[in-house]
Design a protein. Structure first.
Length: 324
């Protein structure tokens, strides 16, 4: 059974179509990345999973059943607009949320302490939320989302506002949840996190799905790039679309050995090219495929403007309640 399924979901706000005929599936136990630039429809989609807002059309299924706020114990959610009760103390906050999700106070306290230890916040368990830094409060909010080990964890822009050390800590926590059997969905503007964590990805642009699949499937959409050292003119090799020659190699004694940056024609398999070169006796010292970045793959799919280059979320929503 899939952890989450969207079938032909549509959601408008007045005359703005925020999510347009969106269908995708998240498999049970995978880490799934929700990618797209500002206003792509990520948060709107995640809020529909949580039943905070409802779709105009289409169907959502979570472990085979429709969204329902009463299922909050099954789903851990870190919203994009962070917010905790400012005057509550750190451990009390985690225990409060644990109990809301059906845990006993003792279990929530024990798990809360373990989380604070892992998050480097053990010394702050009695500190009021409003005395914490923004990043610290964010970690406490993450703790409230994971305290009961939900089977589905939904994190909206979880990395924003965290320094690199804490971003690493969050990556570890996502892997830990996955290793414990949870399905994790997170949205991000920043490719590197997705690259390190995601089994599969969804790329949204202007509310529409532009790609769904694995990282390798995304990369396979790009023409292959190679680094080749040869004495031949690399532009004449089979399947090559373009080839840029570097300077002659330092140890070259007039034989014409050069390093070339080669781009194959779309759909051409580097393995086939290598076989044909060997069969034809092309002199080769190196024939190496360059691994494309996810960023390159997505620029290829949606164009250069698909993502905010600084990776900074633009605050475009009202905050809820007493935000920390
Ligand atoms: N409650 C709302 N009322 C009106 N418009 C909304 C509302 N929520 C979202 N929108 C609009 O819907 C579109 C999609 O927004 P959404 O927040 O889902 O995008 P996002 O991909 O999460 O973007 P970001 O990365 O900037 O958070 C945007 O144009 C946004 O302004």
């Amino acid at each position: 059974m899939n952890a989450l399924e969207f079938t032909a979901i549509r959601k408008s706000f007045a005359d703005l179509l925020a999510v347009d005929d969106l269908s995708f599936q998240v498999r049970d136990g995978e880490v799934f990345g929700f990618l797209g630039g500002n206003g792509a429809g990520k948060t709107t989609s995640l809020r529909m999973v949580l039943d905070i807002i409802r779709p105009d059309k289409g169907e959502i299924s979570i472990f085979g059943r429709p969204p329902d706020r009463k299922r909050s114990g099954e789903i851990g959610f870190l919203p994009e607009e962070r917010g905790l009760y400012r005057t509550m103390k750190v451990l009390d906050t985690i225990v409060y949320y644990g109990q809301l999700k059906g845990m006993s106070a003792a279990d929530a306290r024990a798990e809360g302490r373990a989380l604070l230890e892992r998050f480097g916040l053990a010394a702050f368990e009695r500190t009021r939320i409003d005395k914490l830094s923004k990043g610290m409060a964010q970690k406490v909010q993450l703790a409230t989302a994971v305290v009961n080990k939900p089977r589905l964890l939904i994190l909206d822009e979880p990395f924003s506002g965290l320094d690199p050390l804490n971003q690493g800590l969050l990556e570890d926590e996502i892997r830990r949840a996955r290793d414990g059997g949870a399905t994790v969905i997170f949205s991000t503007h920043v490719m590197q996190h997705a690259e390190r964590l995601c089994d599969r990805l969804l790329l949204l642009a202007k509310g529409r799905k532009r790609f769904e699949g694995t990282q390798d499937e995304a990369r396979a959409l790009l023409p292959a790039r190679l680094s080749v050292i040869t004495r031949a003119d690399a532009a004449t090799l089979p399947g090559v679309q373009s080839a840029d020659a570097g300077a002659p190699l330092a140890d070259d004694e007039g034989d014409g050995w050069r390093e070339w940056e080669v781009k194959l024609a779309p759909g051409v398999d580097p393995g086939d090219v290598l076989e044909r070169c060997v069969a034809a006796g092309v002199p080769l010292r190196r024939f190496e495929q360059r691994r494309a970045s996810l960023h390159d793959a997505f620029v290829h799919i949606v164009g250069p403007s698909f993502i905010d280059p600084a990776g900074k979320p633009i605050p475009n929503k009202p905050s809820q309640g007493e935000a920390a």
